[in-house]
Ligand binder design. Structure first.
Ligand SMILES: [Zn+2]
Length: 317
């Protein structure tokens, strides 16, 4: 198999479970794909970037002919130090990609036959991290912004900021509050500077939080909302989100992990019109390859709730 572009890898990725079983029947199949995705087909020394490497340990390790450094298939990626075959990881990627509503750690544990729930849980978190693209285009040109409270284990109801294009993409942020600096940080990170914004009557939606964006603040009665909901895209996404948290995750989302779940929901929601488990799975593998390893501390303890707000949180006015 020789590929030249990432698009080839997407096109080539199996679309059905049967195709998947055939395509990735052996560890060797998965390794080849991984090498394509990670190094464009030529394993490269992690220290000196040389491509003159000897393959060792059944193709899991590459020793550099120039500097002697050993690079493993997974070192420096999200899958670093995994003891499980790539084949099992590929299966997990396929399972998480093929289900429109995602998968719980319990389901993943059952499907992969893991003895330990903890292992399934940590796999799921690594895969979930790979579901989110780091660089994402700002929403526009017509964007609704709203807030919602969702249930999470820990502190009870958690505040979620929602930005949604009518009929389009959505962004969700777990936030401490909805004051001006927080909204400003959210808008600047997620909404194009020239977008037109619609909100409800909350006072902190103003020229300080939304800057120069044109803004319609619309207060609706219940009856008016039934007739023509000006925040329909937000409300629709929120109701699906709540159903998803209750359904797939049985409401068992911990407050400190809520942002990761919001990211997964947004990823799936934003792809609801593109049929294509293959494209999603290929994208996940691409991210597994490109992302740095997650530490156990990051997996278990790191709250990502303020991710959108770390740079200018509290300083903006
Ligand atoms: Zn080297």
């Amino acid at each position: 198999m020789k590929h030249h572009t990432r698009d080839d890898l997407w096109r080539d990725f199996p679309k059905t479970a049967t195709e998947f079983e055939a395509r990735f029947a052996t560890e060797e199949d998965c390794r080849e794909y991984w090498i394509e995705a990670r190094w464009g087909g030529n394993p490269t020394c992690a220290r000196c970037r040389s491509t003159r490497v000897w393959t060792e340990r059944d193709g899991f390790l590459f020793e550099c002919a120039d500097c002697g450094h050993q690079t493993s298939l997974t070192s420096g990626t999200v899958l670093e130090k995994t003891r499980k075959p790539l084949k099992v990881w590929f299966r997990a990627v396929f399972e998480i990609s093929r289900r429109r509503t995602g998968i719980s750690a319990k389901d993943l544990q059952r499907i992969l036959g893991f003895g330990s729930y903890k292992t399934a849980w940590s796999w799921l978190h690594k895969l979930r991290a790979a579901l989110v693209r780091p660089e994402r285009e700002a929403l526009g040109p017509f964007v609704q912004i709203d807030e919602a409270f969702v249930g999470a284990k820990g502190r009870g109801k958690e505040l979620v900021l929602v930005a949604a294009e009518a009929g389009g993409r959505v962004r969700l942020a777990h936030a401490e509050n909805n004051d001006e600096p927080t909204l400003k940080s959210f808008a600047n990170g997620q909404v194009a500077a020239d977008a037109h914004v619609v909100t409800d009557g909350l006072a902190s939606y103003n020229e300080r939080s939304l800057s120069a964006r044109s803004h319609d603040m619309i207060v609706q009665t219940k009856a008016e909302r039934r007739e023509n909901d000006t925040l329909q895209a937000c409300h629709w996404a929120i109701s699906l989100l709540k159903r998803w948290l209750l359904g797939t995750h049985a409401g068992a989302v911990r407050e400190k992990h809520l942002q990761a779940y919001l990211d997964e929901f947004a990823f799936r929601y934003n792809r609801r019109k593109t049929a294509g488990v293959g494209r999603i799975a290929a994208r996940v593998i691409e991210q597994l390859v490109a992302r740095k390893p997650l530490t156990t501390h990051q997996l278990i303890n790191e709250t990502r709730s303020c991710r959108w707000f770390t740079s200018d949180y509290g300083t903006a006015t």
